[in-house]
Design a binder for this molecule. Sequence first.
Ligand code: GSH
Length: 346
Amino acid sequence: MKKVSLFGLGAGLLAALTFTSEPAFAQQSTLDIVKSRGQLRCQLGTPAPGWYELSDSGKWSGFDVENCRAVAAAVFGDPDKIEYQSVTSAVRFTAMANGESDMLSRTTTWTLFRDTQLGLDFTTVSFYDGQGFMVKKDMGIKSALELKGATVCVLTGTTTELNLTDYSRTNDLGMNAVVFEDSNVRDNTFFTNGCDAITNDKSSLASTRAKAPDTSIFTILPETISKEPLGPVVRQNDSQWKDIVLWSVFAMVQAEEFGITSANIDKVIAETTNPEIKRMMGVEGDLSKGLGLDPKWAYNIIKTVGNYGENYEEFMGEKTVMNIPRAGSPNALWTNGGMMYSPPFR
Ligand SMILES: N[C@@H](CCC(=O)N[C@@H](CS)C(=O)NCC(=O)O)C(=O)O
């Protein structure tokens, strides 16, 4: 029996439920459910370079996948105890609200509506982005403001779709949205000239470009038309679970600030005199108690998944197909002038 009303779903969304739901859980915490299942159910989007890639052998990897792996490492000491769910943007929140996914980590923008009217809680921002437009270079334009009357490929159920409407209206551009539910169909339509432009978070434009047979023919226009703070989402009303996901991300950010990597962590712990590192790594104190996790939860994240900077470099950095410079962006550590900032581990 579905108890979806627990999550504050409206009748409209209820009607839109497409997932078989498991029995809802009035008392049982998400942590208990995840532990007794022996796996974290983590929701990703459909495969996209940089963010969530699926190898031929069925292995997921990517920047947003690392948030799932961090939580599994925190809960189980093993980042692979995950059942991944690949879901389109259009139905992602339904899959959360009905209990199908324990968390989502999939280029999802934190907005007031989503945080307060879908039975969900946003945890923190793991990547700051903004929306842009990509066109083929041979179109010969330099600005989105030249896209008057253009057809623009866009994914449904996204902030992207809403921002496109706002931007077109505000600037009197009369753009025509060509709306898709499947991101592959959207991308292929753009590649084969079915639209003049494609719009998305700029990081996702880089991801689309990376899928193209010839990446050199595209240009991402300079305008950033929105704020897209992306991060993991959980169901509302389970603050312990929210804390686990939130502090798993913070642990990766804080480890980078401390200069702790997956490679040097054991040496740092053996040699450090820094009490905050000792507390964070479970060598001293009992900081893990409130989270209901093993004292080594943060150690397990950094040892097996790495710190924030390691993950950025591996999946988003300038040596990757994404090639998104971090220096000077909000995704730099606060100590380098960015916005990546963890509260204290005390
Ligand atoms: N950040 C925006 C856009 C999210 C979005 O559409 N992400 C794409 C990236 S290409 C995605 O996850 N696509 C996979 C899919 O929907 O199948 C939002 O939260 O609405």
